[in-house]
Design a protein around this ligand. Structure first.
Ligand code: NAD
Length: 267
């Protein structure tokens, strides 16, 4: 029997083609979990799954737009057929479209709500159905939703994004309450990552310059570092390690929390 903390576990990771999702999937695999990557990006998703297979665990990829319920049905079916079910869901897929409030476009706001809010709750819905007693995975599941430090602080130019991440935080608590009270055997928590220079994080830094909130990208990033007591940006592995903990037996009595992994920026 392996001493790894997630040996025998099966995880579905949305937005796992790159960035934070790919890193969380790597960390879960290193801890012994088999991994299903779900993402809208086909080639990058397959490449991420192939890279994770080097950890010696079963992996697979399924194309999924998290805002589409019918696609979730197919993703769950693919996960059941590839891994035999799942007892960990990482609800990580998300988008950010930067805009000052005075310039917000309704279609951008709606798309952020669709992916970040509807996508997250659909993920919880299907996880609860699969993981509760009688579901495909039986008892003992863990859901980790990826919110953001933006749910805890006011940062200019990301009003709608911050609102969607606050919604993720609230949905986490209600999901944890329902899953606990109804005896599903599923714990539900969320993580608030600080700024990380992934594709999304770098785009945000560039956008901050474009809307006139910083003279250049270095200044934009520098001001975040300055506001961070631990004195650096977050790294994807910081989030991966926190996700492993929340999914592990070490976190067995933890549900309904939002865990900041932001070097103290949001305190
Ligand atoms: P990223 O843009 O680098 O990666 C996001 C991944 O999600 C991509 O693979 C993308 O294809 C996928 N995705 C986007 N829309 C999707 C959809 N509708 N269905 C399925 N997959 C979809 O972003 P990231 O920085 O890795 O962010 C991952 C999560 O972390 C997001 O929820 C984001 O809001 C959150 N977050 C990021 C930061 C940061 O600074 N990067 C900070 C706090 C929170």
């Amino acid at each position: 029997m392996s001493g790894k903390s997630l040996a025998g576990k099966k995880a579905l990771v949305t937005g796992g083609a790159r960035g934070i999702g790919a890193a969380i999937a790597q960390s879960l695999a290193r801890a012994g979990a088999s991994i299903m990557i779900a993402d809208i990006l086909d080639d990058a998703g397959k490449a991420s799954a192939a890279a994770i297979a080097k950890e010696g665990v079963a992996t697979g990829f399924v194309q999924l737009d998290v805002s589409d319920d019918a696609q979730w049905e197919r993703a769950v079916a693919a996960t059941v057929s590839t891994l035999g079910g799942y007892d960990i869901l990482i609800n990580n897929a998300g988008i950010e479209i930067t805009s000052l409030v005075s310039e917000v476009r309704a279609e951008d706001a709606r798309r952020m709500c669709d992916v970040n809010i509807v996508g997250t709750v659909l993920g919880m819905k299907h996880a609860f159905r699969a993981m509760r007693p009688g579901g495909a995975a039986g008892k003992g599941g863990a859901v980790v939703n990826i919110a953001s430090v933006a749910a805890t602080i006011a940062f200019p130019s990301i009003a709608v994004y911050s609102g969607t991440k606050s919604a993720v935080d609230r949905m986490t608590r209600v999901g944890a309450m329902e899953a606990g009270k109804l005896g599903y055997g599923v714990r539900v928590n969320c993580i608030y990552p600080g700024l990380i220079p992934t594709d999304m994080g770098l785009q945000l830094a560039n956008d901050i310059v474009k809307v006139g909130l910083a003279p250049d990208v270095n200044a934009a990033v520098g001001s975040v570092v300055e506001q961070t007591p631990l004195g650096r940006l977050a790294e994807v592995s910081d989030i991966g390690d926190a996700a492993v903990f929340l999914c592990s037996n070490e976190a067995r009595f933890i549900t309904g929390i939002g865990l900041p992994v932001d070097g103290g920026m949001g305190m």
